[in-house]
Design a protein around this ligand. Structure first.
Ligand code: SF4
Ligand code: SF4
Length: 73
């Protein structure tokens, strides 16, 4: 299911508290990668919190690391 870029989803996104979420991503104001697509930054995977996220559960996303792989297909 396509994730909507809504205020509700932005607020619930756990990306800003994720160990993979670095200074570049924070500086760019990025989050909600499952809806917005992959990061513009050079991302080094260090763990992903998506499977603990209420948005992930609501939309039945299944996969993780959307900051690297982009929106789920
Ligand atoms: S599933 Fe991942 S990218 Fe999507 S809102 Fe949750 S933490 Fe953010
Ligand atoms: S998509 Fe996953 S790995 Fe990337 S910042 Fe969000 S929670 Fe972290």
């Amino acid at each position: 299911m396509t994730v909507e870029i809504s205020e509700s989803n932005q607020v619930r996104c756990l990306c800003p508290t994720c160990p993979t979420y670095g200074d570049c991503m924070r500086g760019a104001g990025e989050r909600l990668y499952c809806a917005a697509g992959k990061s513009s930054c050079d991302v080094g995977a260090a763990g992903c919190l998506c499977n603990d996220c209420p948005v992930w559960a609501e939309y039945g996303l299944g996969t993780r690391y959307f900051c690297i792989s982009g929106t789920p297909s």
